[in-house]
Design a protein around this ligand. Sequence first.
Ligand code: MG
Length: 151
Amino acid sequence: MIRIGTGYDVHRLVPERKLILCGVEVPCELGLLGHSDADVAVHALMDAILGALAMGDIGKLFPDSDPQYKGADSMKLLAEVIRRMFRLGNLDLTIIAERPKLAKHIPAMRESLAAAFGCDISQVSVKATTEEGLGLAGAGIGSQAAVLLEK
Ligand code: MG
């Protein structure tokens, strides 16, 4: 059996926050605002996995009203989601950001995710794009994810 899922998330860029994407800290004068570490890429990815499993979304699993998730490391939450799933076929993640430039950080992001899944790096795609100044990205960073799970 195979299952597919998609996920989407956006967070606002603000001063005095770290910018963490796929568990990798990216140097930037701004970071993403959120109850957890606001790793928008991992949030979209978790929603894609939960979508493939028809298990709702991360808001249901890790409510932001719950103080235990304040400042939470999204990679730890991802590990919780991975425990619930079956085998990863592949994942494809797009990060939508006007800034900072992300290309040089993408290899570290792929390695970080492959380590979390315990899979080969060839199963993990991370891409980045801008919206040419026309969209949401600029005031924030968005991400969309697709996963294929195999049983
Ligand atoms: Mg989020």
